[in-house]
Design a protein. Structure first.
Ligand SMILES: [Fe+2]
Length: 301
């Protein structure tokens, strides 16, 4: 098999919301310019496809979705999309995204799978835990928390239905290394990256249950996530979790995976226009970039 590659980017937050601050400045107002720069840059890497690990949009406006659809349709590289909490917050937003971005959701669903050469990919949506502990596809309408500033009280889970779906996928593809994309990470932010005032988006409520399924898989399981707006990597048994920073917030980077028969090389890249990252950076919060072990490494498969 000839080496091949794919790219992961995350948390585009395309939209027209005013800029905010998470761990660095969230540049929603220029998210389209940033994404256009990413598209221009990524062509030179010739990936087989791009995975976006959630938070595609930050908008309530149907016109903005149409604009995003045009940008996606202009892309010559196949796109595999995943919903994040911002994409799954209301029925209206969910349905609009599935309809508008249908090329990125091949089965017309937020949860789907595909095989590419020697890897099996599972894209799984997260569900919301409401204040009364019931589980739903959308956010608790009574929970008026501004997701731009804090995730306090917001919790996400893999529903029983999606756990069963993953279990079956793993059973049916025992000979494949699996790449599972879930917006909300399974492993928390490592201490090496924490800093004073660091905001934590929170891990999946039933991460242990998901990990038990992955630990039982006879092959390597790579978990791709976003949500935290920072780069970090955690290895535990046969699981490697790669959490990638947001494209709308410092360090404004993406990952490239070069896949061989026995290994995957992972590298992290910034955009050709460094001024976006400079505009977003709040000095002192550079740790969100992660360290070498979080950014450039090899996974044996
Ligand atoms: Fe996000």
């Amino acid at each position: 098999m000839k080496k091949w590659s794919f790219v992961q980017c995350s948390d585009l937050h395309l939209g027209n919301n005013p800029d905010g601050v998470w761990n660095n400045r969230v540049l929603t107002s220029i998210s389209f310019d940033i994404f256009q720069c990413f598209i221009k840059d990524v062509v030179s890497y010739s990936p087989d496809f791009i995975i976006v690990t959630g938070d595609i949009c930050s908008c309530d406006d149907d016109m903005v979705s149409e604009k995003i659809k045009d940008v996606f349709n202009s892309l010559k590289i196949p796109l595999y999309l995943l919903g994040g909490n911002h994409d799954l917050s209301t029925h209206q937003i969910r349905e609009r995204e599935l309809k508008c971005f249908s090329t990125g959701f091949p089965d017309g669903k937020f949860t789907y799978a595909f095989t590419h050469k020697n890897l099996r990919f599972c894209m799984i949506e997260v569900s919301w835990v409401w204040r009364d502990s019931t589980i739903h596809a959308i956010r608790d309408p009574d929970h008026n928390v501004n997701m731009k500033e804090s995730h306090t009280g917001l919790r996400w889970v893999l529903s029983k239905e999606h756990l069963l779906w993953l279990e079956n996928e793993l059973k049916e593809h025992q000979n494949y290394p699996i790449v599972v994309s879930i917006h909300t990470p399974l492993f928390p932010i490592p201490n090496r990256i924490m800093f004073e005032g660091c905001l934590d988006g929170g891990v999946l409520v039933n991460a242990k249950e998901v990990l038990e399924l992955l630990y039982n898989h006879p092959q390597i399981c790579i978990v791709l996530s976003g949500h935290m707006h920072m780069n970090y990597t955690v290895r535990e048994q046969n699981v490697v979790q790669i959490t990638t920073s947001a494209l709308c917030e410092y360090p404004i980077e993406f990952r490239r995976f070069i896949v061989d028969e026995d290994k995957i090389e992972v590298c992290t890249f910034g955009l050709s226009n460094p001024s976006f990252a400079q505009q977003s950076l709040i000095p002192g919060n550079e740790k969100v970039r992660g360290f070498l072990e979080d950014r450039d490494f090899v996974i044996k498969i």
